[in-house]
Design a protein around this ligand. Structure first.
Ligand SMILES: [Fe+2]
Length: 321
């Protein structure tokens, strides 16, 4: 019987398109998991693990931002496997969503070093017609869902509030195209504080959110949170790891070794020139000003949404304006 999913979780999700659910795990145990995730990052660097992402690399510090395929036997620890066994995330999804069986199609461990980070606003999927249409009662109707797992108190995103979304009463997006144009701008955009929620999770909780809603990755300092995407597996045949209570696509199986899809990015340090720029810009945001000036025409076009975030990805990045 799943008793972690409550009525107010459904209500919250229907209103906002996201919700936090506590995993009901001991705080001390979650601390152990946190340290094991740290260990995974150290191992990924020292043992040259192949799959991951680098966003803002630094001159004298390898700033590995994410580990891809985190359940793979080449990187996953016993503690993390045990964590999935205890967390029973499939059970939460089965009780929350109107699906036959959830299948995990993407899994990533975000593990940015001790830097402020902000990405650009975007949608992971472009089905804006389906936003906030989750059915009036019962389990949530949705095509895909994003799941964040938090081992420490951490904000991970800004997510646009319903009223400010395209076609709604306070919208700051003139048309569907606006969101795509914003996605192509070379510097993060800062909308009004009241237009978005800051979301993430508390230690030992998960975040469920609709990836159709306009959102922006935004973190302060280091982070260790899983980022996973699920879809309804319906009755099709999928794969399974014995430490998880949900199905996975083939390349997320812990013992999968060959023919990884091209979409899984390979860890590669950035060029020395770019690293020098990132390190310098972190303290003296001159490169941010250059990026803003370079894109000023496009920035003007979306001025109803917000202004360029000159202090993003620097020591001076603000949580709110
Ligand atoms: Fe996203």
């Amino acid at each position: 019987m799943e008793n972690r999913v409550k009525d107010y979780h459904f209500k919250h999700f229907r209103e906002k398109g996201w919700v936090n659910i506590d995993l009901d795990l001991d705080d001390k145990y979650v601390d152990e998991v946190y340290f094991s995730l740290k260990q995974m990052r150290e191992n990924a660097i020292s043992k040259k693990y192949k799959f991951g992402r680098v966003y803002y690399d630094h001159l004298l510090d390898f700033n590995l931002a994410a580990i891809e395929l985190p359940f793979n036997n080449n990187i996953c620890t016993d503690i993390v496997r045990n964590f999935f066994q205890k967390a029973q995330i499939g059970s939460i999804l089965n009780n929350f969503l109107d699906w036959k069986s959830p299948v995990n199609v993407l899994s990533r461990l975000f593990c940015m070093g001790n830097y402020n980070y902000r990405g650009q606003w975007h949608r992971d999927t472009e089905n804006t017609e389906k936003m906030f249409k989750y059915g009036n009662e019962g389990k949530i109707k949705i095509d895909t869902i994003q799941v964040g797992i938090y081992s420490e108190n951490q904000f991970g995103f800004r997510i646009l509030k319903k009223d400010y979304e395209v076609g709604r009463k306070k919208t700051i997006l003139k048309s569907k195209l606006d969101s795509q144009n914003i996605g192509n701008i070379g510097i993060p955009i800062n909308p009004l504080n009241e237009s978005y929620d800051m979301v993430g999770g508390t230690k030992g909780s998960i975040l469920l959110f609709d990836p159709n809603i306009f959102h922006q990755g935004s973190t302060a300092g280091s982070r260790f949170d899983f980022h996973m995407r699920f879809a309804d597996g319906k009755d099709e045949k999928y794969f399974k790891n014995d430490f998880q209570d949900f199905n996975v696509v083939q390349h997320l199986k812990s013992d999968f070794t060959d023919n990884f899809p091209d979409s899984i990015s390979i860890i590669k340090r950035q060029s020395h020139k770019l690293r020098l720029i990132n390190t310098f810009n972190y303290l003296f945001p001159i490169y941010n000003i250059y990026r803003m000036l370079k894109d000023s025409q496009n920035i003007k076009k979306i001025s109803g949404f917000g202004r360029p975030d000159i202090l993003s990805n620097t020591l001076y990045q603000k949580t709110l304006d």
